[in-house]
Write a protein that binds this ligand. Sequence first.
Ligand SMILES: *[C@@H]1O[C@H](CO)[C@@H](O)[C@H](O)[C@H]1NC(C)=O
Ligand SMILES: *[C@@H]1O[C@H](CO)[C@@H](O)[C@H](O)[C@H]1NC(C)=O
Ligand SMILES: *[C@@H]1O[C@H](CO)[C@@H](O)[C@H](O)[C@H]1NC(C)=O
Ligand SMILES: *[C@@H]1O[C@H](CO)[C@@H](O)[C@H](O)[C@H]1NC(C)=O
Ligand SMILES: *[C@@H]1O[C@H](CO)[C@@H](O)[C@H](O)[C@H]1NC(C)=O
Length: 688
Amino acid sequence: MLRLISFLFFFAYVQALDWTATPFNPPSIPLAVRTPYLSAWLPQGSGAALNDVWPTFWTGSVLGWAGFVKVDGTAYSFLGSANVPGATFQKAAQTSFIFTSTQSTFVLVAGPVQLTVSFLSPVDATDLVKQSIPLAYMTVSAASTDGAEHSVRVYTDISAEWVSGDTSLTVNWTTSTGNVVAHQVQLTDPSVLSEVNDHTQYGSAFYSTISTDRTTYQTGADVMVRAQFISNGVLPNTQDTDFRAVSDNWPVFALASDLGSVSSSTDSLIFAVGHIRDPAISYIIANNGHQARSLYFWSQYSDAASLIESFLQGYPDAHSQASAFDSQVESDAYAISEDYAGVVALSIRQAMGSMEVTISKSTDGSWNTDDVLVFMKEISSDGNVNTVDVIFPAWPVLLYTNPTLGKHLLEPLFRYQATGQYPNAWSIHDIGSSYPKAYGHNDGGDEAMPVEESGNMLIMSLSYAQRTGDNTHLTTYFDLLDQWTQFLITDALIPANQISTDDFAGSLANQTNLAIKGIIGIRAMAEIASLLGNTAKSDNYTSIAESYVTRWQTLAVSDSGEHLTLSYGNSSSWGLSYNLYADKLLGLNLFPTSVYETQTAWYKTVTEPFGIPLDTRHTYTKSDWEIWTSAFMTDNETRDIFILAVRNWASDGRSSQPLGDWYETLNGNPEGFRARPVVGGHLAFLVL
Ligand SMILES: *[C@@H]1O[C@H](CO)[C@@H](O)[C@H](O)[C@H]1NC(C)=O
Ligand SMILES: *[C@@H]1O[C@H](CO)[C@@H](O)[C@H](O)[C@H]1NC(C)=O
Ligand SMILES: *[C@@H]1O[C@H](CO)[C@@H](O)[C@H](O)[C@H]1NC(C)=O
Ligand SMILES: *[C@@H]1O[C@H](CO)[C@@H](O)[C@H](O)[C@H]1NC(C)=O
Ligand SMILES: *[C@@H]1O[C@H](CO)[C@@H](O)[C@H](O)[C@H]1NC(C)=O
């Protein structure tokens, strides 16, 4: 019955599209999403074709990215919403859209020709060179739909909006030709390690394609260059050298190719778009020193040109690897449900695109590929670096794609705290206030989440070791892990007034769900001690954790016995007890089955049209925590209520922002967050 109600609510809101959307129409479609600064999306709301609107950065600011095709002399737009005064063109008609974990593919009809435009952002979690490459593909192929041959010419450009968050700043550019035609554009006055409106302010954007005798290019004012192609179907291979502001007669960087006479489907034209900067990160080391770190691919490529050429030539392999990955994810997620598979596919690029894989240089100047650190931007909520309680919800995507990537993500936090510069007894919240400056918090003034982050570090460290058999973190950082455990022994059972990861909901004493995390953290340390052969410590911490569970049960349950509370003693309160997921993830079975059964029975009775609220303080919820909670429900009916709710939120047409994890359960409206890595937690089922 409840499912039926939410189903009806859902369809009342969603409008019919002119094209098929498979598996569904998301709030915003990932186009080129690989790093915090290469993050291009197609905003949807209730639906927008590839040529209805401009692509945008994750913040919503426009990223000029245009496409036209000429079929037998008639021009059609297929990408972006360019206005070209004085030029005559039509809009190609979108007929279908499909997304998988790494690809978004659009089919449009331009007169008697069908155009397939596909955007591939590779996920190469086990190949750190490839994973670190800040480039993505767009491919275009054409086929005749009426059996006759048609002349087809393809055009595309990007604007200089790809290099700054301030369009009044001046840019310069060059075009190189050879095996590859590559446009490069950058600020004339870059600001290293800085951001404006979340865009990076140094490095260069590149737009490139493999050069053939049918390739032409041009740089110049948007309206002029686009009109040139619309009239002539080719570009004059000329460069504008009047360097100026991004928005001053909008310079664009255009590529065109003649597909010739097209009957059956053509080979794809392959374009690479991206943004390359160096150094990528500045990281705090001993004595408050700062270490410049570079993307891993620099160990293999000496310059951007060779990287781009190799990336373009590597498309066939990249495409087959991506398709195999997509199929694997889809088959794993379908084992839960079709609704679940759609949510997972939408989440992967967003989660992976928050991270960058870096290496340092040795004193002799050579790359030190043994020193790998991964950095994650807490996109949209505050821009912190490697936020522990953001890595934690995202952890399933790391375990699923490559646990070692997770190890490299935790290492900057461990290594810094092991220098002794961080003064607090509990785990740090993040390794820097604003990406890409990982400067630590020597004043201890980071956002304090003492039980939250200490528990998270212990749980993730054990989880990594269990999956891989690699105990290096446990051995190297044993003292830190034990220090955090001592803190949990004092503060986990009766947690002081503090915030949890859901800081927007406010602080509270005696949070039932936070206590679960802290107690699991203590039990995780018992397991860690056992793995390292310290039986006495292991036995001691096991017995402490077990005694805490017993005492917690007397504190945590409502008077009616129907549900866990949000905070001890408040019987009218409840919340998503998502931290129980860690008990399952680690295989501890620390909390009794009856607790899981109680919660399963309760959630069924409190569902709203778009899901189950985070807790009784508000009617909003978090999609990551809904999926975590659903993963330990004791019946599939309740599990599926959660999954359907998240799927409905992700497809309800009420947001045009990259998927937000925080939303209203009453009406499916978005709250403030978007594009955050925490959607990696939607893979929770795939790692149990
Ligand atoms: C563009 O500006 C950068 C930074 O000031 C400078 O290093 C580069 O030489 C300039 N390039 C051109 C083509 O003017
Ligand atoms: C619950 O779903 C899982 C996976 O989708 C399935 O294997 C299992 O048989 C289902 N359980 C019941 C009781 O239907
Ligand atoms: C927290 O719970 C404990 C145990 O019930 C109680 O003694 C204490 O007063 C509570 N603290 C607050 C701030 O409510
Ligand atoms: C168990 O650990 C606690 C907290 O570190 C400590 O106070 C206590 O002495 C330990 N007990 C034993 C028997 O080692
Ligand atoms: C109990 O929880 C409810 C819902 O979260 C809240 O409105 C109320 O203020 C709480 N009562 C006390 C005494 O804290």
